[in-house]
Design a protein around this ligand. Sequence first.
Ligand code: NAP
Length: 319
Amino acid sequence: MRAAVLRQLGKPPGVEEFAEPVAGDGEVLVHVTAAALKPVDRQMAAGTHYASPRELPVLCGSDGVGLLEDGTRVFFGGPRAPFGAMAERTVVRRAQCFSVPAELDDATAAAVANPGVSAWLSLKHSAKLAAGETVLILGATGVTGMMAVQIAKVLGAGRVVAAGRNERTLRALGALGADVAIQLNRSEQELIEAFRNEAGNKRFDVIIDYLWGRPTESLLAAITADEFTVAGPETRLVEVGESAGPTITLPAAVLRSTALKILGTAGIPPWATLIEAFEQVMKRAARGELRIAIERVPLADIEQAWERNASGRRIVVEP
Ligand SMILES: NC(=O)c1ccc[n+]([C@@H]2O[C@H](COP(=O)([O-])OP(=O)(O)OC[C@H]3O[C@@H](n4cnc5c(N)ncnc54)[C@H](OP(=O)(O)O)[C@@H]3O)[C@@H](O)[C@H]2O)c1
């Protein structure tokens, strides 16, 4: 079968013939129709992700949509290595296959699952967003950030502040539910002022951070108090991504002067929580309440697509 084969970390995969997968106990064979190219797929192949493969070659792609042998259409996650989602066929545990609403086409279902479920879990499960709270999405112009803007509103956020770099995408976020936009492409001092103005207007209850690096440092500088204050309610910052950098400098002053709680997103949440998030995202995407821009690419073009910045769109590979 044809598949996106990774032979060297740090290089894009190439399309080659690869051995057919065979399903073992508890597993099913999936005839793949669509697999999204996500940041995690690129990070794994680059060797920069903590779970990057130790043995090569492997097939790329961590999830997708396809048909089981009996014709059932499913979304699947976690193919058994060395198999992957960007291939004509793959093999996964049956328990990791979920039904997809009939109204959603394969490419949209494949695209929306990862950013949608991640944003849903970050806001509801990690940050425990309460109705009426103010949410800052740092990195709102990325595919997952755009999903988080929409889901924050679905979950009852009072005010959604969208911070991002891409001017055009940032302008379009109002239609997805953002109340205010903060442009990141400016001097550090201007950015600190912009965050400070917004935080002064209405304190951030929840921050979902897809960037880390310098934008996060500016944000932390902006919310650091410059005098003794009475302790207020917590600001919960959920670290989800590192598009702007893998590290930050964390001054003690921000933790000593504000009720800031920094949360991680490690590990797979309890199964019931994951299923609820998946079903909510799929149902709302099928109804058109959650929107995502996609770009379909044939498997044969994976090498060029791998290097391309699709800016605000999710590339979906079709084997
Ligand atoms: N743990 C999880 O479950 C999970 C799930 C989804 C995503 N993530 C992580 O979250 C991050 C974003 O994911 P995504 O799906 O939104 O990615 P994406 O669609 O590829 O978007 C990346 C975004 O990062 C922005 N960006 C890149 N470098 C930047 C910089 N130096 N300063 C400011 N903005 C910068 C890009 O802005 P431009 O548009 O201007 O280029 C773009 O908006 C990634 O690190 C990803 O791995 C984690």
